[in-house]
Design a protein around this ligand. Structure first.
Ligand SMILES: Cc1ncc(COP(=O)(O)O)c(C=O)c1O
Length: 391
């Protein structure tokens, strides 16, 4: 071959957890019983009313190309939902329907940050942030989320990380992988810092319906500019509505930024399938009892898992404020994150992810996700405890 892969192609890391998933699936094929805590994919099926809405849309012939920005009815639903949840009504040209919130990260970095410029990003954090940043030739400036600060992003750390090359701050609360929830004051302070330095904020709010801590209310940095100037809010249907396989999400942002992202979406995907968009309208506007049930169940599972782990020698685990994850400290076992993940899988049949999959500050931790039933969670914790005690 005369021509080789591009620097761009060679710098794409992807999402490391998909490798673990492949190994786990191979073990299951060999008949091993595995308890799953690895991938953030809800074990619930998509609520029936949403599935029915998709079927109706298919029957009604919603199977052609749709506008790249998204069908108007869905953008109107998102407009109303934003007003209910975040207190402002974005214009319709501020809303873009995207094929999953994951995609929004690529759109934002490629449209807003020049190669060589900097993005402030939480570490530990969602791996797509780092993969996109690296592939786009942009510098990640990692702000550590410390256990002693309950893994919340500290505004003072953000302030210190800013240079004249900073173009974008990525915020994620409730957070993957730690389950941390920032306070209203912290979010407001970071919104103000971004304004003072004239920097964009990408606020990944995919877990905004998943709060567990008492007395903590949802806050988005979009309150300050109503997504008119610098804030891009990313939201998704995957987690709250158990729709990971449908591939749909939404961005709300400044109209000029959304217009460019729409062209990028048009260039790469044309549009999000319209029958999926009609199902998403039902998710936002329809009966919310399934969402309440799932979030209630996650909360119970969290309690079971955190209590069980804190009873194992060498493991220390904070209760999460939201999302579907916990980030236990396993350093007391004497194993590294990767060693612990291998040990848990091979000796206890328990699939977890090493904290190092989520950044440079993940060593000493593992990520666990509450996507198994309470009975399975109890079984997994018991097996882990026995395996660790037998070492
Ligand atoms: C923080 C965060 N953002 C975005 C995504 C991607 O979600 P989607 O399935 O909508 O692409 C995830 C999925 O795990 C996530 O944890």
């Amino acid at each position: 071959m005369k021509y080789r892969l591009t620097k761009f192609a060679n710098s794409i890391d992807g999402q490391p957890m998909f490798k673990v998933l492949a190994k786990v699936q191979e073990m299951q094929r060999q008949g091993k019983d595995i308890v799953h805590f690895e991938i953030g994919d809800p074990d619930f099926d998509t609520p029936k009313n949403i599935v029915e809405a998709a079927k109706e849309a298919l029957d009604a012939g919603k199977t052609h190309y749709a506008p790249s920005i998204g069908v108007k009815e869905l953008r109107e639903s998102i407009q109303r939902a934003t007003e209910r949840s975040r207190g402002f009504k974005p214009d319709l040209d501020q809303i873009l329907v995207v094929p999953g919130a994951n995609m929004g990260i690529y759109y934002a970095v490629s449209c807003l940050v020049e190669p060589g410029d900097e993005v402030i990003v939480p570490d530990p954090g969602f791996p797509t942030y780092y993969s996109v940043i690296k592939a786009c030739g942009v510098k990640a400036v990692r702000v550590p989320l410390r256990e002693e600060n309950s893994f919340r992003m500290n505004p003072e750390d953000v302030r210190k990380a800013i240079t004249d090359k900073t173009r974008l701050i990525i915020l994620n609360s409730p957070q993957n992988p730690t389950g941390s929830v920032m306070t209203k004051e912290e979010i407001e302070e970071i919104a103000q810092i971004a304004k003072d330095h004239d920097i964009y904020i990408y606020s990944d709010e995919i877990y905004s319906r998943m709060y567990y801590a008492e007395g903590v209310s949802f806050r988005s940095p979009s309150f300050l500019d109503e997504c008119k100037e610098r804030t891009i809010v990313a939201n998704g249907f995957s987690k709250a509505f158990a729709m990971t396989g449908w591939r749909i999400g939404a961005l709300v942002g400044p109209a000029d930024v959304i217009a460019k992202m729409e062209l990028l979406l048009q260039t790469t995907s044309s549009c999000v399938p319209p029958f999926i968009q009609y199902a998403a309208i039902e998710a936002v506007e329809g009966d919310q009892s399934a969402v309440k049930m799932m979030v209630g169940e996650y909360k119970e599972r969290m309690q079971t898992l955190v209590d069980g782990l804190n009873d194992i020698k060498g493991i220390k685990c904070l209760a999460p404020g939201g999302a579907i994850y916990i980030f236990p400290n396993i350093s007391g076992t004497g194993m590294t994150s990767a060693e612990f993940a291998d040990f848990a899988l091979e000796k206890a049949g328990v699939a977890v992810l090493p904290g190092t999959n989520f950044g440079e500050y993940g060593e000493g931790y593992i990520r666990m996700c509450v996507v198994s039933s309470r009975a399975d969670i109890e079984k997994g914790v018991k097996r882990l405890k026995e395996a660790i005690e037998a070492r």
